[in-house]
Design a protein around this ligand. Sequence first.
Ligand code: HEC
Ligand code: HEC
Length: 273
Amino acid sequence: MRKRTLLASAIMAGGAVLTAAVAQEQLPTHLKELLELGMHPGHAYVDEGREMFHTPGPNGKSCATCHGQDGKKLEGAYAKMPRYYKDIGKVADIDTRILACMTKYMGYDKNDKKFMKKFKKWNGPYRVPLASYVASLSNGMRIDVKLDDPQEKELYKMGEKLWYMRVGARDFSCGICHTVLAGKRIRLQGLPDPVKNKVYAHWPAYRFGSDRMWTMEDRVRSCFKAYLLYTKQWSKKDWVKKPPPFSDWVIALELYMKHAANGATVEVPGLLR
Ligand code: HEC
Ligand code: HEC
């Protein structure tokens, strides 16, 4: 926690410079220096995830029981995700896969509202720390999303379509901001091109702006906030801010972007302004 405080003061000192940075390669000098000193605040999440990985669940099993001490058997797994899993009969991203393992194999209960709330929370003990830790086990490896399975192919197509499809009350698409307007600014924020720039290689990422770690689920769902999605009719009461977590909309877009990042080297946690 001490690391985060130090960093927070560094951010305040350099706030004006920070708005100019988009991707981690363009971090301002003093933050690059923090990195060189080994002060990446995202590492706190990875450490927390490592601890949780070895902590037994309600049925006495831990992640390590099946996936090996220090996640030995999961090295490289994240580089190939999202992918289809036979045991759950669907394509899963890292968040969804962890939830499936906890509820199917460790005795956690999907119908327990308290558990689910804790699981979804960005500052909860499970999803974000575990995803950060498991992703870090693929560091240095090349992203290699295959699209062999028919379900993977189908979801990929859906992701590509969703990227350009105009939806919601604002008639927006991911592509308007991230393909058409890429490189330009929106409310002082530079717009990256997540497809062309293979940004998936640095996700999950720690964002200074919100002082927390995000998985790609969080990033995609948060970008959806710009849309004003409506579920049934165009009335405020049916207004939803984002698609539900672990839903096909989210995983399809992740699959599309991760496939576009094939060949890039996983380097997580990322660090963004
Ligand atoms: C009782 C055994 C068991 C436990 C405990 C368990 N898992 Fe799994 N896990 C599985 C099985 C089975 C699969 C599916 C393997 C496959 O199809 O390749 C899997 C798959 C995964 C994958 C994807 C691996 C890949 O090669 O793509 C990840 C990541 C994962 N588990 C993480 C976790 C985490 C994190 C925990 C602890 C919260 C956990 N698992 C607990 C059995 C388990
Ligand atoms: C209204 C414009 C807008 C729309 C629409 C939008 N985004 Fe974003 N997106 C942003 C902004 C602004 C950022 C943050 C840039 C930053 O942090 O510097 C961002 C960041 C991202 C990033 C992280 C980029 C990086 O550098 O790592 C991803 C991935 C992303 N968006 C995906 C999506 C997806 C998928 C959709 C469609 C569901 C979408 N966005 C829709 C504005 C938008």
